[in-house]
Design a protein around this ligand. Sequence first.
Ligand code: TYC
Length: 101
Amino acid sequence: LKDSDGDIAVKQAKPQLKRPPMYKVILLNDDFTPMDFVVEILTEFFHMSQEKATQVMLQVHTKGVGVCGTYTKDVAETKVHIVNEYSREHHHPLMCAMEEA
Ligand code: TYC
């Protein structure tokens, strides 16, 4: 390819400045999972204080859904997997999922 001066134009690699897409990890409400268990999930796996965990749990309980945190795809997938596995081990139907932020 020639450029406007007739020189050979070398295609430059464009710098990769784009941030990776981020994903919200969310909890869904159900009628059976004990409130204390949801608070435990939020403190243990999402490093929230007892106060913040209680707020988020009540948000899920009243509104149906709440955000645990925002992560890269790999981290979000791992969190969802670990939380759902932990909930099943404890025989609770709690649902954790992810969506693009
Ligand atoms: N609704 C549940 C109850 O009344 C509590 C709950 C909160 C369940 C948040 C799931 O993601 C959840 N025991």
